[in-house]
Design a protein around this ligand. Sequence first.
Ligand SMILES: [Zn+2]
Length: 191
Amino acid sequence: MATHKLTAAYGFQYRFKCEHCGQTTEWLSAMLSEEKEYQSVPLEGKELRLAAGKEFLAEFVEKKVPALREKVEAGDYTIPVELDGKCPFCKKQQSWEKVSGTGSILFAIALCVILAFVGRGIFISGAEAGNGHRQLAGLIVGISFALGGLVSVIVLILAVVKKAAIQRDMEKTTVRNKPEFNWPEIEPVKE
Ligand SMILES: [Zn+2]
């Protein structure tokens, strides 16, 4: 048995006119890519690989890429590709840029808090058992989760600060632009 990895990639370009200083950026590159791992047995490996690869690439080319284009052309940039909306001239963010969702960060914090309690629970039960090794293990787990919680809080604060800065900047201008896209003919890259 061997593990093979297949990568499909579609590169496209975009540029935008800054909503703050009015300058237009160069064409910027972005790429949609997807990986697939699969197992193959030595004898039939080549055939399996060809079949799996064909199916995977066909889905990427016929469904994933058109879906991406459709979404973006409808003005929805919540796509699995990062589009940088920071102006290279005045360094300000654009209104259309997707800012990291506070929802998912809050979820991460909630998870860390729960895990911290679980870690503390392990520590307490270890202490009750009076077992030195378990106590130590519990303490390490507890501290790890507490650190995880702390990092999440910092990430959340940074995201909130960034969002507030963007909002402040956007209040100073009424200009709302959309990025412009250049979609090349589909040419998937195989590895
Ligand atoms: Zn600018």
